[in-house]
Ligand binder design. Sequence first.
Ligand SMILES: [Ca+2]
Ligand SMILES: [Ca+2]
Ligand SMILES: [Ca+2]
Length: 140
Amino acid sequence: MYGIGGLVFLLALSSSLAQNATHSQIVAGMDKLFEVVDINNNTFVELTELEAAWERFDADGDGRVSEAEYEQFGTDHTYRGIIFQEMDYDGDGYVGRAAIMGEYTVMDTNSDNTVSRGEFDKYYTALVENAILNYGHLLG
Ligand SMILES: [Ca+2]
Ligand SMILES: [Ca+2]
Ligand SMILES: [Ca+2]
């Protein structure tokens, strides 16, 4: 469901969001996150920028992210294992690059092949609110 790019960004959030953050606090947090992700500051998130985040996870460079590689990046998200399993749709223990493409397509709600600041904010606000809803908290 959620691409691994989303996880990179969720991990980057760390403790910047309180457990009981309000909707407007979450939106503000995601909007701040956009500036981190938009590496070249052109007010759009390109696929390459998402891929760069994903590549940080693939420590051994074999083109796929294992659960062990993924877990090295986060220690304070108790639900991360559950999310990893959701992303690993074929159950082989790895999340591949295809998940990034999938996420990008879902984020681009008006299908103009770019992800705007508004599209990004909306996607990640929903993602975080879903996580809180499903797991009762954002941080472990
Ligand atoms: Ca950009
Ligand atoms: Ca790997
Ligand atoms: Ca778009």
